[in-house]
Every structure is written in C-alpha cells, then in structure tokens.
Write a protein that binds this ligand. Structure first.
Ligand SMILES: Cc1ncc(COP(=O)(O)O)c(C=O)c1O
Length: 421
C-alpha cells in the first residue's frame, strides 16, 4: 500500500494531512513517509526469499540521516559513492561489514578511510584503482576485498545521463578484459578478489534489459571460474525503475495517457533476474537506491503567481530547480497535484520555478487542475535524487526535510536560512 493518498480530497502522508506540514514548516519542503521506506525495503527483501544475498542501499539516492537510520534498522547494507556517504552510512548505524564502496574516482584518503573501518568490499572500476587498493591495503597491513565492475555494453532506453553500462561510458572495465585484470589482481598482495559487479544505469523499466544484464553477468562469472578465478559473489547493482506517471489517480486529477512505467515494480524486475543470477551459485548483491525511496517522498511547494504568457499559462512555484533538478537535468517526469482538490476545470500549464533559467521548470505543457496564488502543490515521487541534488544556486537556501511517522511528523533537516548561504 502506498502512503500518499487523498482523504476527503485532501492529500495525506500516512495519517498526516500534508497541509498541516505546509502551515507549520512552510514551503518548499520535502516530506518523507517512514512507512513507505520500510515497505519498499521489505518488498525487495521478501522477493529474495531464501536466496543468499545482501541488498546495499545506494546512499546517493537520498542521504538524509533519518532515512539512512530507518534503512540501517531494517538490517540491509549500504553502498557509498564517496567518503562522505560512507561517513553518513556508518553514523546512521550500518555495520562496516555490510557497506560497499563504489565510484569511478576514489581518492587515496577515501580508500584509506574505508580500509581503516574494514568495510565489506570495494567495487573497483579500473586496473589502476586495483593497484592503488593493493598498495594502500599493504601500507595499512590489511586486505581490500574487491569486486571488479564490468562493462557489458548493455543498451538501455533510460536517459543517456543515467545510462552507465555502455562501452563509451566511463564506468567499469570492458568485459573482454575482465579475465586479464582479475588474473593480475589475484596475484597482488593486500587484495582479495571476491566477485564481479555491474550497474547498467538508473530508472530501467524493461525486464529484457535487466535479463540481458543478468545473463551477461552470469556468463562472465562462469567464464572466470572456468579460468580458475574463484568468483563467489556477484553484484547486479541498482537501477530498478519506478512508476512516476499516474502515481496517484483520482476522479478530479487528469490521467497521463502515456504511462510506460505502469506495470513496473522492483519485485517484478527482481523476479525476472533472480533465477538467472541464482544459477551461478554465487552470493547475490544488489544496490537499489531509487526503488526504495522515490515513492517515499514528495516536494511541497506553493503557487506564487499565475501568469498568462504568449499562448501559455505559467504557474510559478516557490520551489525551483535548485530544490529538485531532475526535470531540468534529465527531462524527468514528476506528477504534480494540488494538495486540496476542488471541482476545478483542468488546464494546460507550465509549472516553473523562480530561478533565472529557462530550464527551471517542473512540468511543461502539463494538464493540471486550475490552481491560484497561495495554493499548495505536491511534486510526487521526489524521494530519490531530490534533496541530495539540491543547491544554493541563485542564493536560495535549501528546503527543509520532514519525516512522517504515522500521525506525527518531525523536521529532520531544518530549512536553511540566509546566514547559511
Ligand atoms: C554504482 C551504483 N549503484 C547503485 C546506484 C543506484 O541506482 P538506482 O537509484 O537507480 O537504484 C547507482 C546510481 O547511479 C550507482 O551508480
């Protein structure tokens, strides 16, 4: 069950009316449902059944400390993409033996920090990085457990900026080189090669792409084994797509006619790949980010002005691209709904922010119920890659973050003030 819903035509998060948050905390504000985070995490865990695995939440998707604490409490692991994320994961209570470290450009000090905390493993991206891992582990008289990230050149239909598994992308080593890289790595001191890793991109919604990636990963794992490289673990990465369009349906809301994500669920995607990955006999790792937190968050914003442009109506919100950059950066779709629904006619509008950039928009030519100055809007499915990508651009303090728990809510990140700039 999803945790954002209408009751008497008013939007609620769990048992909290979101307008109460607007009144108490102001806008723009991110609102998260703890129950939703837990539900999404448990759905994934249940999909594995008895299969030996570790899900490592990709901290980059939402690094709010309370979100991290909630997931650490669920007993899953974490994948950090920097020493900062590693620090946050440890502070939130993820045990080092459940933390992995990804990233194409790990600095020496980051590697040293991770080795001193004895994290579970590194997802290494190049031969040179493997050598550096061995050198630093040697200096610290410890061992770096390493997965090699392999690039299988898998074609995806997701936005080019969030495709990571094509040959021309900067990530991983070409699958044809995996054997020689791992053969050299297995001879290095201070290093234990434990497996191979892949992550082909984000917001992937078709099973066929995932099946192709799972088959490629399994094929390389068995080739390596037949060549004497003892792979015991495989990491499939993240990228499980989620539904953004028509996330909430209601008699008074317009329906998006095109809905490519309608049937997508992480469980369904997992059910497509797990039988393939399981056959390898390896322990299976995944690194989901978006699929755990996207549906757990919304961004609340107020309408500042309406403006009639040349053949266009602009709805100018008090949140902008500095608060949620996904539409500007990746042309991402977010459903936008009024927090109170009335029997208003629908109209086609651009929902834009106040920044001095034409790219500062949340929706272009979007059918929405008529809204006026002072009305509150909710930008839905904003729990992933939302606040973490926010900035102070245009001298704008970052928004607040609120966590809802049943019928209560708390500010977990205060709104920045001018002195924070
Ligand atoms: C290495 C790696 N793992 C996991 C993720 C999480 O991806 P998603 O949020 O799509 O699940 C990312 C995101 O870019 C990533 O780069």
């Amino acid at each position: 069950m999803e945790q954002f819903h209408y009751k008497n035509n008013e939007l609620w998060c769990e048992e909290v009316n979101v307008d109460e948050i607007v009144r108490n905390v102001g806008t723009p504000v991110y609102v998260y449902s703890r129950r939703s985070i837990v539900d999404h995490c448990r759905w994934i865990e249940q999909a594995f059944g008895t299969i030996d695995h570790l899900s490592c939440y990709a901290v980059k998707a939402n690094a709010n400390r309370e979100v991290l604490r909630t997931l650490a409490h669920e007993g899953i692991g974490a994948d950090a993409g920097s020493v900062g994320e590693l620090y946050l994961a440890l502070a939130a209570g993820f045990p080092p033996e459940k933390i992995t470290f990804s990233g194409v450009g790990k600095r020496n000090d980051e590697i040293e920090f991770a080795l001193r905390r004895n994290i579970l493993s590194f997802n290494a991206e190049s031969e040179e990085e493997i050598q550096v891992l061995s050198d630093i582990a040697g200096t610290l008289a410890t061992t770096a457990r390493v997965f090699l990230r392999v690039n299988f050149d898998i074609k995806t239909t997701t936005h080019p900026y969030i495709t990571t598994g094509r040959r021309h992308n900067k990530f991983g080593v070409d699958s044809s080189k995996a054997l020689s890289v791992l053969r050299s790595a297995s001879r290095l001191p201070g290093l234990e090669v434990v497996g191979i890793h892949s992550h082909i991109g984000s917001q992937i919604i078709d099973e066929e792409t995932f099946i192709a990636a799972a088959e490629a990963l399994s094929r390389v794992a068995s080739n390596l084994r037949s060549e004497g490289i003892n792979i015991t673990q495989i990491n499939f990465g993240g990228g499980f797509g989620v539904q953004y369009r028509n996330y909430i349906t209601h008699r008074l809301l317009p329906l998006e006619p095109e809905n490519p994500e309608a049937e997508v669920t992480t469980v369904r995607l997992l059910q497509a790949i797990l039988p393939i990955l399981k056959k390898t006999g390896c322990r299976i790792f995944i690194q989901p980010g978006r699929s755990i937190v996207a549906h757990a968050g919304i961004l609340l914003t107020k309408v500042l002005y309406r403006k009639q442009g040349d053949g266009k109506i602009f709805v100018i919100a008090d949140a902008g691209m500095n608060d949620l950059i996904r539409p500007s950066l990746y042309q991402s779709y977010h459903q936008i709904v009024p927090t109170r629904l009335v029997e208003n006619e629908h109209e086609i509008v651009d929902v834009v922010g106040p920044l001095c950039e034409t790219g500062d928009f949340f929706a272009l030519d979007r059918r929405l119920p008529h809204v006026d100055r002072g009305d509150s809007l909710a930008v839905l499915c904003a729990g992933a890659y939302g606040y973490v990508l926010s900035s102070n651009y245009n001298g704008r303090p970052r928004p607040a973050e609120v966590m809802v728990d049943g019928d209560t809510f708390a500010i977990v990140t205060p709104r920045e003030v001018l002195e924070d700039l």
